[in-house]
Structures are given as structure tokens and as C-alpha cells.
Design a protein around this ligand. Structure first.
Ligand code: G3H
Ligand code: 13P
Ligand code: ZN
Length: 316
């Protein structure tokens, strides 16, 4: 069942975070739905602009509609990840997406507000909800002072003004994370002081953490042992998700970790069985391993076991 992220956030706020996972193809889709059912979790399926170009937006829509039929117990939102204004309108008009992200964070504050506000008006007119972004994602080096670090992150006063002026439904904030497999060089991590200050100004308002992959070291070691070259890769400590959730982080975006599962499965298989050329061999293993990975992640997020609670809320 496809629902809005707003519904999922109502159930989760302050208690747990909902996993938002990117998909690009059939194997990821199958593993994603299976893993969420195995762990009885609601989830957000997100599609980036790159994914819409890779698999084609029409093919992706067909894939997701079929998955919804094949896994009828699932409850999920379909969300555009990091959209520009044009792609947001395309998704809103399609009638398929329940949620879009307008990422105008590269613009100055007022311009970001103007663009976001236009998208919010168009989306709300069609019952679609909007995630916006304020701040610049990026790791914060260890040697800089707390004041200098906070200056790189989302400003809590600006966050409040941004939400009031745009009417967006959730906000992606810069709290120390970054995209990809190389987030930190040392012992840096999440800036809980900043998250807490934002929550104080926006109580009850869902915050989104991008760049949340954990880049498990066991996975990196296996990839490197099978011929990969990901030295120094490092991610977010997954045991910190629940603390973030109590401070209002209700959506946690994870893509890189799934790519690492894919890389490990394929590298190991082709190294150990060089005679293989049947694409279904690694595909089958990947679907099972991806499902396992999703279920484990939902345990860290606290969304595991929440499916029936959410079903009650959405069918009331
Ligand atoms: O934040 C970006 C996501 O990881 C999606 O990546 O744009 O390469 O599909 P992509
Ligand atoms: P990761 O690169 O940490 O998986 O972040 C994904 C993300 O933020 C998607 O929007
Ligand atoms: Zn992101």
C-alpha cells in the first residue's frame, strides 16, 4: 500500500526513524520489499533523478506497482530523492509519487525559499507532500572549533524561518553527514547539539538525515579482499540512529550501504567462480543479501516491528 511520508512520520515521530532506501532496478526492489516484510517495517522507497534516467521513470513505476501487488502487506511511500524543480513537477503531475524532495540547497536562503514554496504549492494542490533541504551536507573536520563546525551545519533559527515561510512537510538538515562511502576521516560524527537546537525551534516537525550509510567495515574489508579499492571508507555509527530519532530525525536516507552489498556479492562471486556468466547467479544472491541488510538496518532505526501499528493508523 502506497501512503504519504506524512502518514509514516505521524506514526514514527520521536520514537523511531523510517528507512528511506534508493532503488534503481528489479533486484534492489525485490530485496527491499522482502527485507521490510521480514522485519515488519514500513519504509520509504526513493528514486533519484539518476535512477529515473537509468531504468526509465515509466519502467520504475511499473516495477513498483508490480511490487505493491506482489507484496500486498507492504506499507511504503514513493518519494523523489534530490529533485530539481522540473523533476518535482513531473513527479507531482504523474499522480504516482506520494512525496517529493525539492533540493534547492545550493541556492542562497531566499532563493531556496522561493523555489521550495512554488513546489510546495503545486504538490499540496495534488495531495503530495514535500521534503526540502537547508544547509550544506559535508563532513566536519576534527581540528576545527565547535563554533566553526556549527557554522557549516544547518542554522536552527534559519530552519524555523525556512519551514514557516515555505510550508514544507519535512526538512533535510546538515548535521555532519555527507553522501557516499567516505564521510569521515577520524572520529567525527553526528552533531547532536545542532539537531537538539533545531528540534527546540520546530517541535514535532520531521527532520531528515541524508548521507546516513554506515559503510560497515566488514563489508569494506570483504570488497577490498575481493579486488576492490575502497581504502579509508567510513560512515555513520548506526547505533546513533535511535538517539537522533528522539530528537526529531524521522527519515534516514541510505543508498551507499546497499551499493556496497551489491559490490561485495558480485566481486566475491566472480572471484570465487570465474567460470560464471549467468547474471541470475549473482542476482539471486544479491536479492537475499539485500533483504537481510534492509532487515538489519530497520533494527537499528527502530522501524522493525512497526508495520501493524502503521497499518492501524493508515486504515483508521
Ligand atoms: O543522494 C543521492 C543518492 O545516493 C542517489 O544517488 O543520484 O547516484 O542515484 P544517485
Ligand atoms: P548515503 O550515500 O550515505 O547512502 O546517503 C544517501 C542519501 O542521502 C540519499 O539521498
Ligand atoms: Zn541525499
Amino acid at each position: 500500500m502506497i501512503v504519504t511520508t506524512k502518514k509514516l512520520f505521524e506514526a514514527a515521530y520521536g520514537k523511531y526513524a523510517v528507512g528511506a532506501y534508493n532503488i534503481n532496478n528489479l533486484e534492489q526492489t525485490m530485496g527491499l520489499f522482502q527485507g521490510n516484510l521480514d522485519s515488519q517495517a514500513p519504509f520509504i522507497l526513493q528514486i533519484s533523478k539518476g535512477s529515473r534516467d537509468y531504468t526509465d521513470k515509466t519502467m520504475l513505476e511499473g516495477l513498483i506497482r508490480s511490487a505493491d501487488e506482489y507484496f500486498p502487506e507492504s506499507i511504503f511511500a514513493v518519494h523523489l530523492d534530490h529533485g530539481d524543480e522540473e523533476t518535482c513537477y513531473d513527479c507531482i503531475d504523474s499522480g504516482f509519487y506520494s512525496s517529493v524532495m525539492i533540493d534547492a540547497s545550493m541556492h542562497e536562503f531566499d532563493e531556496n525559499i522561493a523555489i521550495t514554496k512554488r513546489v510546495v504549492e503545486a504538490a499540496h494542490a495534488k495531495g503530495v507532500v514535500v521534503e526540502a533541504e537547508l544547509g550544506k551536507l559535508g563532513g566536519v573536520e576534527e581540528h576545527i572549533t565547535v563554533d566553526e563546525a556549527d557554522a557549516k551545519l544547518t542554522d536552527p533559527d534559519e530552519a524555523k524561518e525556512f519551514v514557516d515561510r515555505t510550508g514544507c512537510d519535512s526538512l533535510a538538515v546538515a548535521i555532519g553527514t555527507s553522501h557516499g562511502a567516505f564521510k569521515f576521516t577520524g572520529t567525527q560524527g553526528l552533531h547532536f547539539n545542532v539537531i537538539a537546537e533545531i528540534q527546540k525551534r520546530l517541535p514535532g516537525f520531521p527532520l531528515v538525515m541524508h548521507g546516513s550509510s554506515s559503510v560497515p567495515q566488514g563489508e569494506v574489508e570483504r570488497i577490498n579482499a575481493a579486488g576492490g579499492d575502497l581504502k579509508g571508507a567510513k560512515g555513520v555509527d548506526a547505533s546513533q540512529f535511535k538517539r537522533s530519532a528522539t530528537l526529531g530525525v524521522t527519515k534516514v536516507n541510505i543508498d551507499t550501504d546497499g551499493r556496497l552489498v551489491w559490490t561485495r556479492v558480485h566481486r566475491e562471486l566472480f572471484l570465487e567462480q570465474p567460470e560464471v556468466f549467468d547474471l541470475r547467479k549473482p542476482g539471486k544472491i544479491f536479492m537475499a543479501e539485500y533483504a537481510k541488510f534492509i532487515a538489519e538496518k530497520n533494527g537499528y532505526l527502530g522501524s522493525a516491528g512497526q508495520l501493524e501499528n502503521v497499518r492501524q493508523l493508515v486504515t483508521e
